[in-house]
Design a protein around this ligand. Sequence first.
Ligand code: SF4
Length: 406
Amino acid sequence: MYSFWEVLKISAYAAISAWSVQSRAGSLLKRWQPVKGVIRAASSTKPVRKIICRRIELALFTSKQYGFLRLLVNAAVLPVIFRGIAERPGAGYPFFVSILPYRSYSAYLKERYGVPAYRVAVDAGFSCPNRAGGRSREGCSYCEISGARAVYLDRTGPENLRMQVARGVEFLSKRYGARVLLLYFQAYTNTLGSVGELRRLYDDCLEMAPFRELIVSTRPDEIDGPRADLLASYRGEDFDVWVELGLQSVHDATLKRINRGHDSAAFFRAYDMLKERGIKTAVHLIFGLPGEGRREIMESVRRVAALRPEGIKLHNLHIPVSSPLYREYLKGTLTVPSPARHAEYVAEALALLPPETLIMRMTCDTPSARRGAPLWVPGKSAFSNEVVRLMGIKKERQGDRFPAAG
Ligand code: SF4
């Protein structure tokens, strides 16, 4: 179903576009009366055909004084037509109407801020308790040594944090003309430290640009009451705080198998702490972890869906060449889901998720030079088109199977 605002937006676009086209076409054709004859000849006693022909005739030949009336008629009629097009299985959408069968994060940001918003990703030099001792020294079995960093961080190397923020802001402003910026603590475990240290660090970065959000990526076992309180203290009427929380799977056997260093109970505890404080949460899941098939994956999706998180990131298992899992992969004891299979998983997962949850990611994007498997991955838009196509075939939209039975 479309929201009131979506319908309003479509109506306005449709009316204005059609009005403009009609005015131009009308002024050209007005003097060419045979066109009217052709339209009348095409008309018949069949009601639908008659209405369509009459509508075309009115649109092309009504005098300008009825322009406003046409505008209103279009506002009422065209959204119905577009809706018909949009809901055809596998159909494309009119170029100016962004209607996907799922709630995209980028569309949400544009809606919220009126223009595209960009994340300034920083690496604050945090470590990970699962790699640097504490929980373990091995890390999660799919984790690569270099970790994920933004493009401009790879080029600049380890610099002080203020320099990274300045470079990030400059890069995004120059390349994309970014006007809305979100501060994103991305690499490793960004709540690993005392409340005082974390406060100094977040404050230091936030004061460097008029950021509109603070986004912190972390592990569930590094969230506790005081740290959740600190994060909540940044919340404001016009300032959101998000935490990206890695769960990956609700199955403890899988978490153990991939050496996550925490169980699912730790995730649910952390999630509750964040929720109680009004912090928005995006949950990470990985599809295709060792020992998991469709049944286990959808069970994870159902359990997360029941929490109604604000956002979700769905990843397919990528095996970086520098990860411990790659050694297993080379022995031939492991497979990863193909992109086609992952698209099927995602399409099903979207139907199970609540309609309001933002879909922040649907695939992993490890660069090919660092990726051992899968060898080939489709581009992001090709992948999302495939998911839309699959959902179209089933005539499903996000949330259609939520809440899931059983
Ligand atoms: S994936 Fe994240 S939590 Fe796991 S070892 Fe790597 S940095 Fe740590």
